[in-house]
Design a protein around this ligand. Structure first.
Ligand code: B12
Ligand code: SF4
Length: 562
């Protein structure tokens, strides 16, 4: 019996990679090599990764297996159709088929939902007996003990940066709303026996490998043991981890000592409201810069993932995020557009709110807007994203991010050049016109004179006083969000306000008036103390008026009688 396993290509004018780029930056996924490893030895099994070689549709095979993420679905269905026209049965599995098995079944003979480990051999038996079932779903997640090693020998070694890939864990202890991993693996986080991982790593040629785990440090005890055991092998490795890794200095040190040279870290957003919305509050915004520094101090290169289009993102998000990457010398920023993947909590929410623009899965590629953003139009989000991709890999930005005295300088430059070649294919974008203004409206204004400040609502209950006291710092902070759909700028003020602070606020707001903003809502709730001159100035300028219909609307304006 002959089986052909196929990884469909993704054809797209600027997202698909050329053979050269694949050779420079891609590693092979473990999907089909794992499946081949699970195939009984008496069966001839071969792999085609259509990204690096064409499919032979005339091949003499008995059964075809196709995989695919969501964006690959249309191509996977085309491939299935071509083989089925010849009477060759096709089985589909992977993230897309597992999320939408009924849809997939319309295009193939059998669908494997979830992991293949516990069902693949049975499926082959059913095929041999002529009784292939429409769906296969294992009753439980597979054991991580004794998994066969992936058949890396079936890949075209010369086509990728490396084929040295291994997996140590499956799943993730977290449940971010946009991520497919927890949907696929449930709330499980399963670790392979360290001995088996070490044995597999020892067999890999060369000194570099990629652990394709979603979160290699999800279980600290396990990760520490793994890193300790990896150290003597003197290999270098790359992987993905959540920010929580950076909070355990010992874990980070062990990772570095065991050969970790680069980590993909999902930072996602610089807004704590956004992170809260998508159930990722464990990424603490105020600790981000420190976390990036800790990783760099161990000479580990950072590939930081950022998502644009979350509900609290306004037109300022693109520039703010890029400047963050430059300031923190993030070697390889990876920008994605929020993409509701079927099966995720995000998808359910967007679908029930009527926010999905369509279900053309090929467009669900992380670089195309497929939903209605809350604070921007679709066009602004798309163009801003394009701008960030291009600008992020401009020479100026590369210079700011990699030109610093650290080891592996050339690796950093070379990988940026490779990413630059991808970024340059992105269509023209533009920085939204309000971006600069929004940077100024999200700022901290230092106080000149703190002596004359009058505590607000000083007579209220003691706890409140304490809270207000804490907020009445020596600065005035501006948190501004622009809603392009309502043409309204919301400005939340926090801290204390003296005359100079009020003057500076008025000056900045005057700049805002020159652009398309139609209304400004100023929220004074978190201003703990004012000087009487500040109040007088704000009143003169009309900023404390709260009547509707005016350009300004004040919320929680001070009512101080001194
Ligand atoms: C490595 C990886 C990548 C690499 C891929 C490199 C390459 N050469 O393709 C990189 C970093 C480039 C990448 C990019 C992207 N990725 Co990716 N990636 C992964 C990751 C971490 C591991 C894949 C892997 O090897 N898994 C190990 C194997 C053993 O597991 P598996 O693939 O699930 O296969 C098992 C079963 O699904 C089943 N199965 C799978 N296929 C088939 C087929 C048949 C016939 C059968 C019977 C069974 C079967 O059997 C296997 C054994 O149990 C997964 C997460 C994950 N844990 O899988 C995300 C993941 C697959 N990626 C994902 C996404 C979204 C992307 C991007 C679209 C991100 C973006 N927005 O740009 C891009 C697309 C890139 C592209 N053009 O293809 C999502 C997919 C979600 C979805 N529903 O589509 C995942 C699940 C991550 C996530 N957080 O949600 N990715
Ligand atoms: S931490 Fe990463 S892998 Fe884990 S659920 Fe969140 S996005 Fe997914």
């Amino acid at each position: 019996m002959k089986i052909r396993l196929i990884d469909p290509a993704y054809e797209h004018p600027y997202i698909s990679h050329s053979q050269k780029v694949i050779k420079n930056i891609w590693f092979a996924r473990l999907t089909l090599t794992t499946l081949a490893g699970l195939t009984p030895p008496d069966i001839e099994v071969k792999i085609t990764d259509e990204n690096v070689e064409p499919i032979d549709f005339e091949e003499d095979v008995d059964l075809v297996g196709v995989t695919g993420m969501i964006m690959h679905a249309p191509r996977a269905y085309e491939i299935a159709q071509r083989f089925r026209q010849r009477g060759i049965p096709v089985v589909m599995g992977g993230p897309h088929a597992s999320s939408l098995p009924l849809e997939a079944k319309e295009h193939v003979d059998a669908v494997v939902i979830g992991e293949a480990e516990n069902v693949w051999e049975g499926l082959i038996e059913d095929y041999k007996n002529g009784c292939l079932k429409p769906f296969y779903k294992a009753e439980a997640f597979c054991s991580m003990e004794g998994l066969p090693f992936p058949r890396l020998d079936l890949l075209r070694k010369d086509a990728y940066m490396t084929i040295n890939c291994a997996q140590t864990t499956r799943g993730c202890p977290h449940q971010c709303d946009f991520c497919h991993v927890t949907h696929f693996f449930g709330k499980t986080y399963r670790c392979r026996p360290v001995d088996e991982v070490i044995e597999e790593v020892k067999r890999l040629e060369g000194n570099f490998l990629v652990f394709i785990d979603d979160n290699i440090a999800g279980n600290r005890r396990y990760a520490k043991e793994l890193f300790l055991r990896l150290k003597p092998l003197k290999k270098q490795w790359a992987s993905q981890a959540s920010m929580t890794l950076t909070r355990d200095p010992e874990l980070l040190r062990l990772a570095a000592e065991s050969g970790c040279v680069s980590l993909f870290i999902g930072v996602e957003s610089l807004s704590s409201e956004n992170l809260k919305d998508v159930n990722k509050s464990f990424n603490q915004v105020h600790q981000l810069e420190e976390a990036m520094k800790a990783v760099h101090d161990h000479d580990i290169m950072i590939l930081a993932g950022f998502i644009f289009g979350l509900d609290h993102d306004d037109e300022g998000v693109f520039e703010r995020t890029l400047r963050f990457c430059e300031r923190n010398r993030i070697e390889l920023p990876s920008f994605f557009l929020l993409t509701p993947l079927p099966g995720t909590a995000l998808f359910q929410r967007m679908e029930s709110d009527g926010r999905l623009l369509h279900k053309d899965w090929a467009e669900y590629n992380g670089a195309t807007v497929v939903f209605k953003p809350r604070l921007m139009t679709e066009e602004t989000l798309q163009r801003g994203f394009n701008w960030a991709c291009k600008e992020g890999y401009s020479w100026g930005s590369i210079f700011k991010r990699v030109f610093h005295p650290q080891q592996r300088f050339f690796t950093r430059v070379l990988s940026n050049i490779a990413y630059r070649s991808i970024a340059q294919k992105t269509p023209e974008g533009y920085l939204p016109s309000l971006s600069r203004i929004l940077q100024k409206m999200n700022d901290t204004i230092p106080l000149q004179n703190t002596r004359n400040l009058i505590q607000r609502v000083g007579e209220k209950i003691a706890e409140k006083k304490l809270l207000i006291g804490q907020k009445a710092a020596d600065t005035l902070k501006l948190y501004s969000v622009y809603n392009e759909r309502l043409k309204t700028l919301f400005v939340r003020l926090e801290g204390s306000m003296d005359r100079e602070g009020a003057k500076e606020l008025v000056k900045r707001l005057k700049g805002v008036l020159n652009v398309e903003i139609q209304k400004v809502i100023l929220d004074f709730k978190d201003v703990g103390a004012f000087s009487s001159e500040a109040i007088a100035l704000l009143s003169r300028k009309g900023l404390l008026q709260s009547e509707e219909g005016k350009l300004w609307k004040a919320v929680n304006a001070p009512a101080i009688t001194d």
